[in-house]
Design a protein around this ligand. Structure first.
Ligand SMILES: [Zn+2]
Length: 198
């Protein structure tokens, strides 16, 4: 499977989810779960409980290699996880999946406005979104518009960081074995919209 086919599979699965036509109903353990995995896509998504990634793409066991972290940010361990999937399973597609109403994005905006005291753990996430907030905060956007713009820019930033921070990922892209695409899940409708490459 190539990146285009993998992306189409996710688009089709999300369409089934939106239409309440899921093909997945049998989640009982099976003997063949132990056979080697060959996930067709890596998803770097937010930890938000309202964004269950297999469900919104209507996929099942063995289909998706999922990395979840609040704010779908890129830190060294996320890069390592992507490298792991790309080199071991030759997964052709990486999706950075953000979403509307993201709490991590709101936290980064709040930290910018209020300069609140936050824990070092939370700061390690928020600090990766804050430079985007710094750039957009003085443009007088309405708060909800600002949240949306920061979320979108944060998705694009994570795509860029994955592309730029790893020789393994970089080489796979140069050899046309890997594509990294940004996408956004809309909580209200269940739809995932894929970003055009810049
Ligand atoms: Zn989120």
């Amino acid at each position: 499977m190539n990146a285009k086919q993998a992306q189409q599979k996710l688009i089709n699965g999300n369409q089934r989810f939106v239409n309440n036509q899921s093909l997945r109903s049998d989640f009982a353990p099976k003997q063949d779960f132990v056979k080697p995995q060959k996930p067709f896509a890596v998803v770097l998504g937010c930890s938000d409980s309202r964004v269950p990634i297999e469900t919104i793409f209507d996929q099942s066991f063995g289909d998706l290699f999922i990395i979840r972290i609040a704010g779908n940010i890129v830190a060294p361990s996320q890069i390592g996880s992507v490298e792991f999937a790309v080199s071991l399973f030759q997964t052709p597609l990486v999706i950075v999946l953000g979403h509307t109403h993201c709490g991590a994005v709101s936290a980064a905006i709040d930290a910018h406005i209020k300069q609140d005291d936050i824990s070092s753990g939370v700061h390690s996430i928020v600090k990766r979104i804050e430079p985007i907030v710094d750039k957009l905060a003085d443009k007088n956007y309405e708060h909800s518009d600002l949240v949306c713009r920061v979320a979108d820019a944060n998705i694009r930033q994570s795509v860029q960081q994955l592309q730029d921070s790893s020789a393994i990922i970089n080489t796979a892209i140069a050899e046309h074995k890997l594509k990294i695409v940004g996408a956004k899940y809309i909580l209200k409708t269940g739809e995932v919209t894929f970003f055009e490459p810049e």
